[in-house]
Each structure stands twice: as C-alpha cells, then as structure tokens.
Design a protein around this ligand. Sequence first.
Ligand SMILES: [Zn+2]
Length: 221
Amino acid sequence: MQFCPNCKVHVAGDKRCCPLCKGQLEGEGAPETEVFPQLSAPRKPERVAMAVITVVCIAVGVACAIINMLVSPQVWWCLFVVAGLVCAWLVTKVGLCYRKDVLQSIGWEIALISVLSILWDVGTGWRGWSLSFVFPCACLAGLTLMMILAFFMHLPPRAFAGPFGGLVLLGILGAVPAVMGLITEKRPALACSGICLVLLAGGLILFRHTFWPEARRRFHV
Ligand SMILES: [Zn+2]
C-alpha cells in the first residue's frame, strides 16, 4: 500500500499523488484495494457521428474528383460537389454544436445558410438570388419554426427572446441590400424586413415586463 510521509497516512488503490496534500507517495500501489468505482470516460456519440460524416464527405469529394478527371476533364463540375459537401458539413456541424438549444441552433443555421448562399451567389456570378429569395425565405421560415416550437414546448420568454430577437434583427437588415440597390427583385426582402419590424414591435409590447428588466440587467443600465 502507498504511504504519504507528509500526512502520515496509508493510501488505498494506485494513486499518482496523495489525495490530501498532492505530495509524492512512497511504496507500491495496490489497485485491488481501490475503494472508489472506476469511472468510464463518457461516450460522445456526436463526435463519432461527426467523424463518420467527415470521412463520408471526403470520400465522396475524392470519388467525384477522380470521376471528373477520368470522364470530363474539360469541365470542373466536381468543384461544385466539393463546395456543396463543405456546406452540408458546416450545416451538420453547427446543428450538432447547438443541438441542446434548438432555438439557438435554428438561429445559427439560418445565419450560416444565408452566408453560404451569398458565397454561392458570388461564386457563380452575382445574380442576387441569395439576398432576394434565400435570405428572406430562410429568415421567415426560421422565425415561424421558432414560434411554433416556443408555443408547443412552452418555452419561457427568457429562453426564447435571444435567438428570436437575433433573427428578427437579421431579417430587418435584409432590407439594406434592397435599399442600396444590390438586388433587382426587392419584394421578398422588403416584405421579410417589414414582417420582422412588426414582430419586433409586437414582441417588445407583449413581453415588455420580461424584456426591459432583462435588457437593463444585461447592459447594466
Ligand atoms: Zn499527503
């Protein structure tokens, strides 16, 4: 059995240091005298899932690149497949990161999908479809989903306000490219922005008893 010369105590089991003073122990450890049950490392199924998805994405990307080179080397279509795989991977990763908070997950997914669609739009010759259609539709779909979930899950306004408020503000900003003339089809973005303004005003009036104390607490005013 191990012995701590500092504390003058015998220590059961096989310890690296004295559990009391963290000092060096004398003598040989005896694992069979251990009094505490062995803890197994917690399993992380999401890590395994992410690793599998990463490997599958890489395999599909490599396979497409090889097929592309062998069959039609004049057109690099595999770059689109790889970009699509990267997008799918990012969306899955964000979903897994925020899986414990479904509303935050929706908020981040909408923001990510918007950014990725803008990149696709820019990468394929800017036509503005990302800001004209994808962004407003994704915003409104996300807000609708959040409201449905908050209603059926009986979420308190405090849990709901952050992600919902963030997405509402993002939706209002959707009018900026329309006002600046960056997109030709302005109606969906302007409609989305208007709906978000109404939702913001409605939320501030309906939940004023929750919102203002919370805002004062957060911003120390
Ligand atoms: Zn000790």
